[in-house]
Design a protein around this ligand. Structure first.
Ligand code: COA
Length: 259
């Protein structure tokens, strides 16, 4: 499937999805958002893909939604744009295959929001994070007000949202916005290593972990515990559970089939 603003390459079951609009610091115009939606749908359905690494071409991860496109937006268009972006980002968040953001540079506005919709974030020491929308007289429209508070806590989310100031990768790590910070030269290798650890595990178990955490965060503890127990029971019906436990007892690596 040819994309204009993205590349999607698959090797060894790992898809690398690169936002590729480097001259505009990978700013997300409507077309790029739509392509991201098509790309994550492809990741979901293609059996040859076990997980996806999302990154940016050049010196930015994504420097936000495209300001030139938003400058003249009417209220109705603005709401539609926010809903369209939210819906695509939610598809990343609910993807049953692991989605890791390799944040190589600026992750601002919609870029920070896109990274937060991924399951795990690994940042280069050169990465910068922020939600500068209030400097433009708007607020984040792709989930930033919701996911930032959930990830980093209310006070830190308020600070980033209200000041619009950027933070560096170490500060992003300190506040729980990223999982790991590595030298720029090691970013892709480190991200691959983490993805390989995940892909060695049972894919059904991984998918249900993602769902249990994602859905469970929106439930009471008691409801979340029921969801978890149901998933635990469901996995007991799989060949993968039997294989995983047999492999442990046989002292050999498990060969999971996703069945
Ligand atoms: N939307 C549209 N274009 C953008 C953009 C965005 N969010 N972010 C960067 N660009 C474009 C610039 O307009 C410039 O294009 P040009 O060469 O045609 O003029 C190009 O990308 C390079 O950006 P530039 O600002 O020259 O780079 P810089 O190194 O001086 O500054 C940033 C980098 C990230 C600090 C700066 O680009 C910036 O503040 N971007 C906007 C961030 C933002 O507010 N995002 C939230 C949007 S809701």
């Amino acid at each position: 499937m040819p994309f204009k603003f993205l590349t999607l390459e698959v090797a060894d079951r790992i898809a690398t999805l690169t936002v590729n609009r480097a001259d505009k610091l990978n700013a997300l115009n409507d077309a790029t958002i739509a392509e991201l939606g098509m790309a994550i749908d492809r990741v979901r359905v293609e059996d040859s893909i076990g997980g996806v690494i999302l990154t940016g071409a050049g010196r930015a991860f994504v420097a936000g939604a495209d300001i030139s496109e938003m400058a003249g937006q009417t209220p109705v268009v603005a709401k539609g744009r926010a809903r369209a972006g939210q819906e695509v980002f939610r598809r990343f968040e609910t993807c049953p295959k692991p989605v890791i953001a390799a944040v190589n540079g600026f992750a601002l506005g919609g870029g920070c929001e896109l990274a937060m919709a991924c399951h795990i974030r690994i940042a280069s020491e050169a990465a910068k994070f922020g939600q500068p929308e209030s400097k433009l007289g708007i607020l984040p429209g792709f989930g930033g007000t919701q996911r930032l508070a959930r990830l980093a806590g209310k006070g830190r989310a308020m600070q980033l949202l209200l000041t619009g100031e950027m933070i560096d990768a170490q500060e992003a790590f300190r506040i729980g916005l990223v999982n790991k910070v590595v030298p720029a030269a090691d970013l892709i290798a480190t991200t691959h290593e983490m993805m390989k650890l995940i892909l060695a595990n049972g894919p059904l178990a991984v998918a249900l972990c993602i769902e249990a955490v994602d859905r469970g965060l929106e439930m009471s503890l008691d409801e979340g515990l029921i969801l978890e127990a149901n998933h635990f029971g469901l996995l007991a019906a799989t060949e993968d559970m039997r294989e995983g436990m047999r492999a442990f007892l046989d002292k050999r690596p498990a060969a999971f089939k996703g069945k």
